[in-house]
Design a protein around this ligand. Structure first.
Ligand SMILES: CC(C)(COP(=O)(O)OP(=O)(O)OC[C@H]1O[C@@H](n2cnc3c(N)ncnc32)[C@H](O)[C@@H]1OP(=O)(O)O)[C@@H](O)C(=O)NCCC(=O)NCCS
Length: 190
């Protein structure tokens, strides 16, 4: 079984890196999420099929509420990424599809455009994977990125994931099929 610290515990003691705070997504984050997603819509929707469902602040609020419920029920662990210096919400990193029996989860992430190319996602995703292994008892983290999503593939490479294969036409996104490069990292990998 996985051990998932409560959102309350983590709100009191946020998971931190040098430049970032990772805080469980809360229902009250909906409004900021709307501005982040809507402001970077053109970039995000190329790779993330769910972006089209953020149609207004209310829909982003519903997503934020669902994140809180998913966390509490042990289905997914999603963190808002905040820049410590400004306090602003710059994106989300999380572990989707937490499977307690197999101690596995799937890494997912995005950044708003203004936060690209500063090493923030590598820093946040490394911290999230570390949280998975050390705090949750995850044995295997899977991550998949479209074979032409080069920024994401570079993040995955920097984290030390091992390439496992290509899942052909794995996702219908923004009017085209995405082939997914699939990677895994085990708690026992060096
Ligand atoms: C995927 C995504 C999060 C990657 O963002 P990114 O900004 O390229 O990644 P990082 O934040 O780790 O930044 C890395 C870059 O910052 C540069 N950088 C600049 N200053 C830096 C610093 N102080 N420390 C570290 N790196 C720094 C690095 O050299 C690197 O550039 P490079 O990739 O050209 O070598 C972003 O492109 C995104 O949100 N895309 C849309 C959604 C998406 O595709 N999600 C993933 C689906 S699988």
């Amino acid at each position: 079984m996985l051990t998932i610290p409560t959102r309350g515990d983590l709100h009191k003691r946020p998971v931190e890196t040098d430049r970032l705070a990772l805080v469980p997504v809360d229902a009250s984050d909906g409004h900021e999420l709307w501005f982040a997603v809507n402001g970077s819509r053109a970039t995000l929707q190329r790779w993330l099929p769910w972006v089209q469902y953020h149609t207004d602040p209310v829909s982003s609020g519903r997503f934020a509420e669902a994140c809180a419920t998913d966390w509490d029920q042990g289905r997914a662990v999603r963190f808002v990424i905040r820049e410590k210096s400004s306090g602003s919400l710059i994106g989300i990193v999380g572990l989707e599809q937490c499977v307690h029996m197999h101690r596995s989860a799937e890494l997912g992430y995005w950044l708003r455009n203004e936060a690209h190319r500063r090493g923030y996602m590598t820093e946040a995703a490394r911290c999230c994977v570390d949280f998975a292994f050390r705090r949750m008892g995850v044995h295997r983290v899977r991550v998949a990125a479209a074979t032409d999503n080069h920024p994401s593939l570079k993040v995955i490479g920097r984290l030390g994931f091992r390439f496992e294969g290509v899942a052909r036409q794995a996702e219908w996104c923004d009017g085209r099929w995405l082939d997914h490069a699939v990677f895994g990292l085990l708690a026992t990998d060096a």
